[in-house]
Design a protein around this ligand. Sequence first.
Ligand SMILES: Nc1ncnc2c1ncn2[C@@H]1O[C@H](COP(=O)(O)OP(=O)(O)OP(=O)(O)O)[C@@H](O)[C@H]1O
Length: 941
Amino acid sequence: MVIGTPVTPLSKIGRTPSRVPGSRRTTPSKFREEKILVTIRVRPLSPKEQAAYDLIAWDFPDEQTILSKNLNHERHTGPYSFDYVFDPTCSTSKVYEQGARDVALSALNGINATIFAYGQTSSGKTFTMRGITESAVNDIYEHIKFTTERDFVLKFSALEIYNETVVDLLNRESGSLRLMDDPEKGIIVEKLVEEIVNDGQHLRTLIGTCEAQRQIGETALNDKSSRSHQIIKLTIESSIRENSGRVKSFLATLNLVDLAGSERALQTSADGTRLKEGSHINRSLLTLTTVIRKLSGGKTSGHIPYRDSKLTRILQPSLGGNSRTAILCTMSPALSHVEQSRNTLCFATSAKEVVTTAQVNMVIAEKQLLKHLQKEVSRLEAELRSPDPSASPCLRSLLIEKERKIQQMEEEMNELKRQRDLAQSQLELERRSKELKGSDHHGPSCQVVKCLSFTTENEQVSGGSLSTTTLGRKKLLDRQAAIRRSTNSTNPSMLVHEIRKLEMRQRQLGDEANHALQLLHNEFASRRIGSQGATETIANLFAEIKELHKISCVPEQPFEIKDKASLKEEIARLRSQENNIASLEQKLENVQRSIDELVMHLPSCQESADLRTPKKKKVLPFNLSNTSNMPNIIRSPCSPMSPSSEIENRTPEYNNGDSFCSQKRTPIRRTDSNCDTPGSRHSNSVNMKKMQKMFKKAAEENIRSIKAYVTELKERVAKLQYQKQLLVCQVLELEANEAASDEADITDQPPLSWHLVFEDQREQIIMLWHLCHVSLVHRTQFYMLFKGDPSDQIYMEVELRRLTWLDQHLAGLGNASPALLGDDPADYISSSIKALKQEREYLAKRVSSKLNAEEREMLYVKWDIPPEGKQRRRLQLVNKLWSDPLNMENVRESAEVVAQLVGFCETGEHVSKEMFQLNFVCPSDKKTWVGWNLISNLLHL
Ligand SMILES: Nc1ncnc2c1ncn2[C@@H]1O[C@H](COP(=O)(O)OP(=O)(O)OP(=O)(O)O)[C@@H](O)[C@H]1O
């Protein structure tokens, strides 16, 4: 039978706290107050009593109550209530189970316990205690047998108090032993032999020896009357080794006390020695009764006469002290002993009011540990006050680590500052450009982000992530090129419809580019400025734009898709378009470069303008009064987003009839309209120098404005390209679905090659997560969910595309035109880094609750985290998570740890693949994308 932890009935919990004599000997952890467990055992009538036709004088209406039968027609005695009342039929094992076991086994858990039998002579104390002791010994060894995680040491000692003399029952020769007050341990019996118990049998032998040594005498009531109080003391120490390596020990004593019986000299017919014994017995029992009575009155201070007898001195801790206590009161049922029985019941009634305050006793070693820890704390405090790196290697390495981090942070700050300065200057440019554009808030710049433009394979990516490794970056550049090349798809009608829409926009872009070029041409032609080179450049640009227009011109077709063959045709057409888009991009690049060249020519323009002053006089469209309207005059051409009504060039106030300025939607016509107008004639009277200066300024601004616009066009083409790629992703998804029903479709994607592709893509994704400061939780979820299953293909592709795009965006932030980012671009990166930092802090808080001590320790050792400061270690631990994108071991372990910290498992109980949905909705809809959200929200995807 396995012995469980003893439990005290709630009803036993007392109210009155009491002093704890003897509690100083060990380190108590917590104490609990409870009343003494008091039970009554009534033995059967003895043969002698039966022979004398004695009657049973008591009734037992229930298990808790006893009352007299009123056989002599006297008044009723009782009823008396106790924790249990055992009638003459009850076995000793039942008495043990209900009246002693719980208390006795407390000693196994470091709580002192005392069980004693009290009663009139010959009432059955020794009989009962013998059975109790035997059962307790059995239970204790049973418990030890099944509690393998703890080491137990049992020590045995025994004494008797005979005629107020304490005698060692294991060593009678030692004579009378003295009682001593020990400040730590309370009352101790000097020189009392304590023997270590080997096993249960050894213990039984020792108990037997003591019984044999005990003073027994024959009285009229009992042939073998105990003439002394016997106390068997079992000290139980148990130790357990905790995870921390600290040994935790409990120490408690179980006292098994068999008191001598109270007796009446008359009844026992005692004389001589027996009379003397009886008088000592009675006196000590009287003291015990007094002590119990006083304690039961709730007295915790004041005089309690413990010292009036050796019995009460020794039992002091058990009576209202640091002990759980059970008193078994035995009585004869006989009518002839009813008076003594009443006394016993009175004693029991008092005893049940006594409250003890038992505590779990930790072994003194804990105090030593505490002292040691205090010393350690003082030492560390002193070290912190005057850090001496040479004194502690750990501290030194921490300092080095800190310095390294500070340096790294400084570098990051410098980089961010650099990016901020760059962005500020770009913002300044944008501001000026906006001033020129006046109230037009609907132009393409409102919709487009500069960074959408793709880099070529050979192009250097500037302003990229701070911790990019060359290897990782090179792979990503390769990937970007690969993405541009990749187009393989089938063609559902919906997608074709989408693609056609995009193509329409593409055509519009071509138109706008054309307009831009014409405007540029007109600017130069009408002013007759620029060199021969500039004229040639413009001519070339025209040709290119024409070409561009031709490319993007797709004949309108109905979108209806009839069968699979036509789907394939459409896809094939799209594939051919891919190159056209690339070439469109290239051409816009050329346009931009050409414009750059023209801007370079501006100083010479000024010179030539000065030289041709007389001619210019005739053609100058401006005078001083219309400078405020200049932004309206030199606005960019309309975009598909801009309503035509907003793009008209307003007529300057003072030149209402000016043909140049009054043209609507067609600034080109300015060249056709002769500047020999009333306005121009009026300008002849204006100071020529001032006009020249103004013209030069206007031309400059105009060209810059066109340049900015072409940049935007380029961006929009890039975005178009990206949108097309996303559509291709969707086609891939459909293909994957189709594959389930049509195996032939996947024959060109053998499992082996997919596996290799998967590994490659995963490495790239991991690197991109790192570069783009993507949330660790997102990384972990994705990593755990997608393990290379063929159905993961589309998810991998999409994740890669998203990240590639985002990475390009971040890399382009440093040199992109501000194009309505609105805020400081450096903020985007820093806010992502900040979000990641917050996420790490959040994870650090979960380390101690989600990882057990062993797991933590293992990771600390594995990741070389010095043993300094719990909190610091946790933070260092989470800082190592997902910190090395090239180390797949680190990646795998990081994913496992983060999964454990946030509490999701590989089976995807809390996450699903659908979370990484393919329809490219704004990622802000996804709850888990902490870092990604911040960035992508800003991109207006
Ligand atoms: N519950 C019982 N069932 C049967 N016999 C019992 C029971 N209790 C006691 N006896 C018998 O009664 C007699 C007296 O018991 P015991 O010696 O235990 O009394 P005691 O209270 O210890 O007396 P004393 O104080 O004189 O030592 C013994 O012969 C014992 O076997």
